[in-house]
Design a protein around this ligand. Structure first.
Ligand SMILES: NC(=O)c1ccc[n+]([C@@H]2O[C@H](COP(=O)([O-])OP(=O)(O)OC[C@H]3O[C@@H](n4cnc5c(N)ncnc54)[C@H](OP(=O)(O)O)[C@@H]3O)[C@@H](O)[C@H]2O)c1
Length: 245
Protein backbone atom coordinates (compact mmCIF):
# COMPACT_ATOMS: atom_id res chain seq x y z
CA UNK A 1 0.00 0.00 0.00
CA UNK A 2 1.15 3.52 -0.80
CA UNK A 3 2.24 5.76 2.08
CA UNK A 4 -0.46 7.94 3.61
CA UNK A 5 0.14 11.52 4.78
CA UNK A 6 -2.09 13.88 6.75
CA UNK A 7 -1.29 17.57 6.43
CA UNK A 8 -3.12 19.94 8.76
CA UNK A 9 -4.31 23.36 7.59
CA UNK A 10 -3.72 22.39 3.98
CA UNK A 11 -6.28 24.06 1.73
CA UNK A 12 -3.84 26.91 1.00
CA UNK A 13 -0.34 28.22 1.64
CA UNK A 14 2.58 26.00 2.61
CA UNK A 15 0.23 23.20 3.71
CA UNK A 16 -1.44 22.84 0.32
CA UNK A 17 1.90 22.94 -1.47
CA UNK A 18 3.31 20.30 0.92
CA UNK A 19 0.33 18.06 0.13
CA UNK A 20 0.92 18.63 -3.58
CA UNK A 21 4.64 17.79 -3.40
CA UNK A 22 4.00 14.69 -1.27
CA UNK A 23 1.32 13.62 -3.77
CA UNK A 24 3.80 14.08 -6.61
CA UNK A 25 6.09 11.72 -4.66
CA UNK A 26 3.49 8.94 -4.68
CA UNK A 27 1.94 9.59 -1.25
CA UNK A 28 -1.79 9.33 -0.72
CA UNK A 29 -2.54 12.71 0.83
CA UNK A 30 -5.27 13.70 3.24
CA UNK A 31 -5.83 17.44 3.13
CA UNK A 32 -7.68 19.15 5.94
CA UNK A 33 -9.24 22.50 6.75
CA UNK A 34 -11.38 24.03 9.47
CA UNK A 35 -14.14 24.45 6.88
CA UNK A 36 -14.96 21.08 5.32
CA UNK A 37 -15.84 22.59 1.94
CA UNK A 38 -12.35 24.10 1.65
CA UNK A 39 -10.77 20.70 2.36
CA UNK A 40 -12.99 19.05 -0.28
CA UNK A 41 -12.07 21.70 -2.86
CA UNK A 42 -8.35 21.31 -2.07
CA UNK A 43 -8.61 17.54 -2.58
CA UNK A 44 -10.38 18.11 -5.91
CA UNK A 45 -7.60 20.48 -7.06
CA UNK A 46 -5.00 17.81 -6.23
CA UNK A 47 -7.00 15.04 -7.90
CA UNK A 48 -7.13 17.17 -11.05
CA UNK A 49 -3.32 16.95 -11.05
CA UNK A 50 -3.40 13.15 -10.81
CA UNK A 51 -2.76 13.00 -7.06
CA UNK A 52 -4.60 10.49 -4.87
CA UNK A 53 -6.18 12.89 -2.38
CA UNK A 54 -8.80 12.70 0.36
CA UNK A 55 -10.22 15.38 2.63
CA UNK A 56 -11.21 15.79 6.26
CA UNK A 57 -12.74 18.69 8.13
CA UNK A 58 -10.35 19.34 10.99
CA UNK A 59 -9.90 22.14 13.46
CA UNK A 60 -7.00 20.79 15.50
CA UNK A 61 -8.27 22.58 18.62
CA UNK A 62 -11.62 20.75 18.48
CA UNK A 63 -11.36 17.40 20.29
CA UNK A 64 -14.46 15.97 18.63
CA UNK A 65 -13.13 16.76 15.15
CA UNK A 66 -9.73 15.31 16.10
CA UNK A 67 -11.41 12.07 17.25
CA UNK A 68 -13.49 11.94 14.07
CA UNK A 69 -10.44 12.46 11.85
CA UNK A 70 -8.48 9.74 13.70
CA UNK A 71 -11.41 7.32 13.30
CA UNK A 72 -11.66 8.14 9.58
CA UNK A 73 -7.95 7.46 9.02
CA UNK A 74 -8.02 4.27 11.12
CA UNK A 75 -11.02 2.87 9.22
CA UNK A 76 -9.93 3.92 5.74
CA UNK A 77 -6.17 3.30 5.88
CA UNK A 78 -5.42 1.44 9.15
CA UNK A 79 -2.16 3.40 9.55
CA UNK A 80 -0.60 6.82 9.05
CA UNK A 81 2.91 7.15 7.58
CA UNK A 82 3.35 10.91 7.74
CA UNK A 83 1.82 13.62 9.90
CA UNK A 84 2.64 17.20 8.95
CA UNK A 85 1.62 19.53 11.76
CA UNK A 86 1.38 22.56 9.50
CA UNK A 87 -1.68 24.41 10.84
CA UNK A 88 -0.63 27.59 12.57
CA UNK A 89 -1.58 31.19 13.29
CA UNK A 90 0.18 34.46 13.98
CA UNK A 91 -2.04 36.95 15.78
CA UNK A 92 0.48 39.45 17.20
CA UNK A 93 0.37 41.11 13.77
CA UNK A 94 -2.49 43.23 15.11
CA UNK A 95 0.14 45.76 16.17
CA UNK A 96 2.76 45.64 13.40
CA UNK A 97 4.41 48.88 14.55
CA UNK A 98 5.41 47.24 17.82
CA UNK A 99 8.23 44.86 16.90
CA UNK A 100 8.38 43.33 20.38
CA UNK A 101 4.88 42.54 21.70
CA UNK A 102 5.96 41.02 25.03
CA UNK A 103 4.87 44.01 27.15
CA UNK A 104 1.47 44.44 25.54
CA UNK A 105 0.22 41.17 24.06
CA UNK A 106 -3.10 40.15 25.59
CA UNK A 107 -3.78 36.84 27.35
CA UNK A 108 -6.51 36.28 24.78
CA UNK A 109 -4.00 36.37 21.92
CA UNK A 110 -1.48 34.29 23.87
CA UNK A 111 -4.11 31.63 24.61
CA UNK A 112 -5.54 31.57 21.09
CA UNK A 113 -2.07 31.28 19.60
CA UNK A 114 -1.06 28.44 21.92
CA UNK A 115 -4.37 26.64 21.29
CA UNK A 116 -3.59 26.24 17.57
CA UNK A 117 0.21 26.29 17.47
CA UNK A 118 0.86 24.07 20.50
CA UNK A 119 -2.03 22.43 22.39
CA UNK A 120 -3.86 21.43 19.22
CA UNK A 121 -0.69 19.94 17.71
CA UNK A 122 0.12 17.95 20.85
CA UNK A 123 -3.46 16.67 21.20
CA UNK A 124 -3.79 15.59 17.56
CA UNK A 125 -0.36 13.94 17.50
CA UNK A 126 -0.98 12.00 20.70
CA UNK A 127 -4.24 10.64 19.30
CA UNK A 128 -2.68 9.69 15.96
CA UNK A 129 0.38 8.00 17.47
CA UNK A 130 -1.16 4.49 17.57
CA UNK A 131 -1.69 4.77 13.79
CA UNK A 132 1.76 6.26 13.15
CA UNK A 133 3.63 3.49 14.99
CA UNK A 134 1.88 1.01 12.67
CA UNK A 135 3.81 2.54 9.76
CA UNK A 136 7.04 0.96 8.54
CA UNK A 137 8.54 4.48 8.38
CA UNK A 138 6.48 6.88 10.49
CA UNK A 139 7.45 10.54 10.16
CA UNK A 140 6.15 13.53 12.11
CA UNK A 141 7.12 16.98 10.88
CA UNK A 142 6.25 19.93 13.09
CA UNK A 143 6.15 23.09 11.03
CA UNK A 144 7.94 25.46 13.31
CA UNK A 145 9.77 28.71 12.61
CA UNK A 146 13.14 30.28 13.06
CA UNK A 147 11.11 32.71 15.23
CA UNK A 148 10.95 29.91 17.84
CA UNK A 149 14.74 29.80 18.17
CA UNK A 150 15.85 30.95 21.65
CA UNK A 151 19.48 31.04 20.50
CA UNK A 152 18.73 33.43 17.63
CA UNK A 153 16.42 35.65 19.67
CA UNK A 154 19.13 36.04 22.33
CA UNK A 155 21.80 36.95 19.74
CA UNK A 156 21.93 40.71 19.06
CA UNK A 157 23.60 40.07 15.69
CA UNK A 158 20.92 37.66 14.44
CA UNK A 159 18.57 38.82 11.64
CA UNK A 160 15.50 38.18 13.83
CA UNK A 161 16.78 40.00 16.94
CA UNK A 162 14.64 43.10 16.35
CA UNK A 163 11.47 41.20 15.49
CA UNK A 164 9.74 39.65 18.49
CA UNK A 165 6.01 38.83 18.17
CA UNK A 166 5.92 37.16 21.59
CA UNK A 167 2.84 34.92 21.34
CA UNK A 168 3.87 33.43 18.00
CA UNK A 169 7.53 33.03 18.93
CA UNK A 170 6.81 31.42 22.32
CA UNK A 171 4.32 29.00 20.74
CA UNK A 172 6.93 27.85 18.20
CA UNK A 173 9.55 27.47 20.95
CA UNK A 174 7.08 25.25 22.83
CA UNK A 175 6.42 23.32 19.63
CA UNK A 176 10.16 22.71 19.27
CA UNK A 177 10.25 21.32 22.81
CA UNK A 178 7.44 18.94 21.78
CA UNK A 179 9.64 17.78 18.88
CA UNK A 180 12.58 17.07 21.19
CA UNK A 181 10.51 15.29 23.86
CA UNK A 182 8.51 13.19 21.39
CA UNK A 183 11.63 12.23 19.42
CA UNK A 184 13.25 11.01 22.65
CA UNK A 185 10.12 9.07 23.63
CA UNK A 186 9.99 7.35 20.22
CA UNK A 187 13.73 6.82 19.82
CA UNK A 188 13.43 3.02 19.94
CA UNK A 189 10.68 2.93 17.32
CA UNK A 190 10.64 3.42 13.54
CA UNK A 191 9.08 6.87 13.99
CA UNK A 192 11.16 10.03 13.49
CA UNK A 193 10.07 13.47 14.67
CA UNK A 194 11.60 16.74 13.48
CA UNK A 195 10.88 20.47 13.33
CA UNK A 196 11.08 22.33 10.02
CA UNK A 197 11.49 26.04 9.33
CA UNK A 198 10.03 26.65 5.85
CA UNK A 199 11.72 30.05 5.41
CA UNK A 200 9.99 33.41 5.07
CA UNK A 201 7.32 32.47 2.57
CA UNK A 202 4.74 34.50 0.62
CA UNK A 203 1.43 33.32 2.13
CA UNK A 204 -1.42 34.94 4.06
CA UNK A 205 0.70 34.45 7.20
CA UNK A 206 4.08 35.35 5.72
CA UNK A 207 2.80 38.44 3.89
CA UNK A 208 3.51 39.93 0.48
CA UNK A 209 7.07 41.02 1.24
CA UNK A 210 8.28 37.48 1.89
CA UNK A 211 11.03 36.48 -0.56
CA UNK A 212 10.22 32.76 -0.87
CA UNK A 213 7.58 30.98 -2.92
CA UNK A 214 5.38 28.25 -1.44
CA UNK A 215 7.13 25.79 -3.78
CA UNK A 216 10.46 26.47 -2.04
CA UNK A 217 8.82 26.85 1.39
CA UNK A 218 7.43 23.32 1.29
CA UNK A 219 10.80 21.78 0.42
CA UNK A 220 12.23 21.68 3.98
CA UNK A 221 9.06 19.95 5.16
CA UNK A 222 8.78 17.42 2.34
CA UNK A 223 12.45 16.49 2.74
CA UNK A 224 11.86 15.60 6.42
CA UNK A 225 8.73 13.58 5.49
CA UNK A 226 10.86 11.47 3.17
CA UNK A 227 14.01 10.76 5.25
CA UNK A 228 14.98 7.11 5.48
CA UNK A 229 15.92 5.11 8.58
CA UNK A 230 19.32 6.85 8.71
CA UNK A 231 17.72 10.30 8.81
CA UNK A 232 17.67 12.60 11.84
CA UNK A 233 15.35 12.30 14.85
CA UNK A 234 14.67 15.27 17.12
CA UNK A 235 16.28 17.97 14.98
CA UNK A 236 15.36 21.44 13.66
CA UNK A 237 16.07 22.05 9.98
CA UNK A 238 15.77 24.48 7.08
CA UNK A 239 16.62 23.17 3.61
CA UNK A 240 18.45 20.19 5.07
CA UNK A 241 20.67 22.31 7.33
CA UNK A 242 20.35 22.24 11.15
CA UNK A 243 19.11 25.36 12.94
CA UNK A 244 19.95 26.34 16.54
CA UNK A 245 17.19 25.69 19.10
N1 LIG B 1 4.83 31.90 5.77
C1 LIG B 1 5.96 31.99 6.47
O1 LIG B 1 6.80 32.86 6.20
C2 LIG B 1 6.22 31.03 7.59
C3 LIG B 1 7.48 31.08 8.22
C4 LIG B 1 7.77 30.18 9.24
C5 LIG B 1 6.80 29.25 9.62
N2 LIG B 1 5.59 29.23 9.02
C6 LIG B 1 4.61 28.22 9.47
O2 LIG B 1 4.11 27.53 8.36
C7 LIG B 1 2.80 27.02 8.65
C8 LIG B 1 1.87 27.32 7.48
O3 LIG B 1 1.73 28.72 7.39
P1 LIG B 1 1.42 29.51 6.03
O4 LIG B 1 2.47 30.51 5.89
O5 LIG B 1 1.13 28.56 4.93
O6 LIG B 1 0.11 30.32 6.47
P2 LIG B 1 -1.42 30.27 5.99
O7 LIG B 1 -1.51 30.35 4.51
O8 LIG B 1 -2.09 31.28 6.83
O9 LIG B 1 -1.88 28.80 6.41
C9 LIG B 1 -2.07 28.42 7.76
C10 LIG B 1 -3.13 27.36 7.75
O10 LIG B 1 -3.31 26.87 9.10
C11 LIG B 1 -4.72 26.76 9.30
N3 LIG B 1 -5.03 26.75 10.73
C12 LIG B 1 -4.75 27.68 11.66
N4 LIG B 1 -5.23 27.28 12.85
C13 LIG B 1 -5.83 26.08 12.66
C14 LIG B 1 -6.51 25.18 13.50
N5 LIG B 1 -6.73 25.43 14.78
N6 LIG B 1 -6.97 24.01 12.96
C15 LIG B 1 -6.78 23.73 11.66
N7 LIG B 1 -6.17 24.58 10.80
C16 LIG B 1 -5.71 25.73 11.31
C17 LIG B 1 -5.30 27.94 8.56
O11 LIG B 1 -6.67 27.74 8.37
P3 LIG B 1 -7.71 28.98 8.40
O12 LIG B 1 -7.60 29.64 7.06
O13 LIG B 1 -9.02 28.30 8.63
O14 LIG B 1 -7.30 29.90 9.52
C18 LIG B 1 -4.49 27.87 7.29
O15 LIG B 1 -5.04 26.93 6.39
C19 LIG B 1 2.38 27.67 9.97
O16 LIG B 1 2.56 26.76 11.04
C20 LIG B 1 3.37 28.83 10.12
O17 LIG B 1 3.59 29.19 11.46
C21 LIG B 1 5.28 30.09 8.01
Amino acid sequence: MKKVALITGSYKGIGFETAKQLGQNEFIVIVSARKGKRADEAAERLKAEGIEAFSVKLDITDEKEVDKACKYIAEKFGKLDVLVNNAGIQLDNDSPNVPNSVETVSHKILKETFESNFFGVVGLTQKLLPLIVKSEQGRIVNVSSIMGSLTMHADKTSPIFNLKPFAYDASKTALNQFTVHLAAALDNTKVKVNSAHPGWVKTDLGGENAPMTVEDGAKSIVELCMIDENGPNGGFFHMGKPLPW
